[in-house]
Design a protein around this ligand. Sequence first.
Ligand SMILES: C[S@@+](CC[C@H](N)C(=O)[O-])C[C@H]1O[C@@H](n2cnc3c(N)ncnc32)[C@H](O)[C@@H]1O
Length: 353
Amino acid sequence: MNHQDSAAENTTAPHGAAARRGPFRAGERVQLTDERGRMNTITLTPGTAYHTHKGFLNHDLLIGQPEGSMVESNVGQQYQALRPLLSDFVLSMPRGAAVVYPKDAGQIITMGDIYPGARVVEAGVGSGALSISLLRAVGDNGYLHSFERRQEFADIARGNVETIYGGPHPAWKISLGDFQDEVVAQEEPGSIDRVVLDMLAPWECLDAVATVLAPGGVWINYVATVTQLSRTAEAIRADGRFTEPDAWESMVRGWHLEGLAVRPDHRMVAHTGFLMVTRRLADGVTGMSPKRRASKTDFAQEDLDAWTPAAVGERSVSDKKLRRAARDASSTVQTKRNQEQSEETETRHELEQ
Ligand SMILES: C[S@@+](CC[C@H](N)C(=O)[O-])C[C@H]1O[C@@H](n2cnc3c(N)ncnc32)[C@H](O)[C@@H]1O
């Protein structure tokens, strides 16, 4: 492929794809792995250096080099340099709330049947980890409307999404407020193909989900505890406008690979959350009852009092920490934009000469 062909391909490439190819450019994030497998992510800035207790590495050594290059610090420390993958980025980006882990994001995309062009609503946004995967799945011609009740989280998420996509994503809209109020105010009844909720109390959103979801539409929930899982399932059953919910969890165990010592890793992330999926029935239809009902489906006041953020293990994050994460998220995207602008100006000057 000659240079012109690749330029033509870039203009039609999906949003953010062109920035993930070619030599390293100033302003982008690069993941450095040292000889002991330790990873660090830096943002390439001309004229600056990455400092460690073992010397420094000039960023200029990387700018213009192909991805996968090996570079050396001033004291001979070797680093392997690669662009972070989506899964690396999500685990190292600024965050305020717990993020949906890549293994669960993969399950949500597949089991929630999120497809290119789909109209999807999501809440809460948290740090935007799941929004990044959902945007990839719906593509430039899809639609993702994300709802978040806290401004600081919305700011962090926006910074992270714009960093990975190199600017605003054409399919993304983010609104502030409670999902259950805002989604019905902003979306037409029956206009949404998929609903994805990652929040403390998905059962509070049941009526709103039933209103905006099209018949046959999929509603997928991600919750951290069995008590939330149980309450959501019982609320869905009692409502009657949805199919019988299915729930599961996934565990991913890494393997150690070294000669004949091939065995499971000693450590793993054993629990992240539970997933539950259900589908909207057509209006006026009565859902099929499950074969066997749980013996106790009602909740006592004692049970209801248990669903506080602290009781289900949600850590409260200080406003100061959130403001710092939002600043980090937006400064990464700003550095990148400034660099792109100065490169654009330089190219324009060169063309004008
Ligand atoms: C665990 S975090 C979401 C993490 C996010 N999915 C990610 O991958 O980064 C839960 C978020 O839901 C928000 N939230 C909780 N209830 C909400 C509601 N009813 N409407 C909108 N946002 C809500 C919280 O403020 C919090 O930011």
